[in-house]
Design a protein. Structure first.
Lengths: 110, 112
């Protein structure tokens, strides 16, 4: 089974609102990454957070990591229609396995 | 730098046939990974190659194999195709396997 589970599975918001998606994982990790995928295309790397970090920012993106709860969240502020995509978390563990979560489908309504 | 390229972009095969997909990584990247994406199973890790050696492998049957050449280009082969092999196959390259991966556009395989 996959390492990461994301919720919600789908999210629909108005342009300008913030979007928050969550990722939970099962085993100890080395790092956690977030990727975006536009409809059936390749994935684009958004941000990487290491296991010893708690929060990271990149532009309108804010990622938090709570290793005690084995969870991470991705916050997109002031969303735009162009943010419409699927978002995946991916974890790498000490066993050198790379797992993707189930993904959150985000729709930003103009 | 040019991005990761994958060929072909689309492929239609019939059950029982075999297929070879190709991936050219970003220049300087020696790690190449392959993933299968389906609506039912999501994104699943197939394997990772580094300097022509398979270092990591996911839980796929032996029908799925790959190789990497000295110029870091990689190929993935699926033999005796099954209907369930219909998927988007994504290739990604990175400097190190566990670090940021750069994905190609994918090859969409349809098995009839």
């Amino acid at each position: 089974s996959q390492q990461g589970e994301e919720d919600p599975q789908a999210l629909s918001i108005q342009e300008g609102e913030n979007a928050t998606m969550n990722c939970s994982y099962k085993t100890s990790i080395n790092n956690l990454q977030w990727y975006r995928q536009n409809s059936g295309r390749g994935l684009v790397h958004l941000i990487l957070i290491r296991s010893n970090e708690r929060e990271k920012h990149s532009g309108r993106l804010r990622v938090t990591l709570d290793t005690s709860k084995k969870s991470s969240s991705l916050l997109i502020t002031a969303s735009r229609a162009a943010d419409t995509a699927s978002y995946f978390c991916a974890t790498t563990n000490t066993g050198n396995q790379f797992y993707f979560g189930t993904g959150t489908s985000l729709t930003v309504i103009p | 730098k040019a991005g990761v390229t994958q060929t072909p972009r689309y492929l239609i095969k019939t059950r029982g046939q075999q297929v070879t997909l190709s991936c050219s990584p970003i220049s300087g990247h020696r790690s190449v990974s392959w993933y299968q994406q389906t609506p039912g199973q999501g994104l699943q890790f197939l394997f990772e190659y580094f300097s022509e050696t398979q270092r990591n492998k996911g839980n796929f049957p032996g029908r799925f194999s790959g190789r990497q050449f000295s110029n870091s280009r990689s190929e993935m082969n699926v033999s005796t195709l099954e209907l369930g092999d219909s998927a988007l196959y994504l290739c990604a390259s990175s400097l190190k396997f566990q670090e940021t991966q750069y994905f190609g556009p994918g090859t969409r395989l349809l098995v009839l």
